[in-house]
Ligand binder design. Structure first.
Ligand SMILES: [Mg+2]
Length: 181
């Protein structure tokens, strides 16, 4: 079975700006390549799970998202980081336009994207990790049964008062290694 690092994109891999959908807006957070390379070496598959309601809101298209993802994966490859897969959800329950207006089971905090990944790859959730910059990322992990959860301060501001049990607040991705056995 595979152990996985489930990782949010915006605010964790790239600097949080509203609705990043073009390489020119995409700024990697310092230390991301080194940290993810280390996860690869430790035998973790890296799977990105990302809400992309900007698509549903009509701010950019699935094509735009796929293009920026291809570009991002190529940047990772140049730094010897292998990303196994990217799951995204384009819907929004309120502001989605047309077919994108939907209370999606894949949209975090719902666990659908993680369940899809589990179906596609042979994943050992007990030995897997999840990192995000928002409470909804952590809740998706909890709802899917991921037990080791990290809230990183590189993106949205973190409200210490509402940290769920089992979730560790960290300053940077590299801090995760301190908690691994
Ligand atoms: Mg985020």
């Amino acid at each position: 079975m595979n152990k996985v690092l489930f990782i949010d994109r915006d605010g964790v891999i790239n600097k949080e700006k509203e609705y990043v959908h073009h390489p020119e807006e995409f700024e990697f957070i310092d230390g991301v390549f080194d940290a993810l390379k280390k996860f690869n070496l430790l035998g973790y598959l890296i799977i990105i799970i990302s809400n992309q309601a900007g698509i549903g809101r009509g701010l950019y298209t699935e094509e735009d998202f796929k293009n920026v993802s291809e570009w991002m994966l190529e940047e990772f490859r140049k730094h010897e980081v292998i990303i196994t897969d990217i799951f995204y959800d384009p819907h929004h329950p309120v502001y989605g336009v047309g077919k994108y207006k939907k209370d999606s089971f894949d949209r975090k905090p719902n666990p659908g994207m993680i369940f899809k990944a589990v179906k596609k790859y042979d994943i050992d959730l007990k030995n897997s990790l999840l990192v995000g910059d928002k409470l909804s990322d952590i809740e998706a992990g909890i709802n899917a049964g991921v037990e080791t959860l990290f809230l990183v301060r590189t993106g949205h501001s973190v409200n210490e008062i509402i940290i769920p049990a089992g979730c560790t607040v960290i300053d940077a991705l590299n801090d995760i290694f301190k908690f691994l056995g």
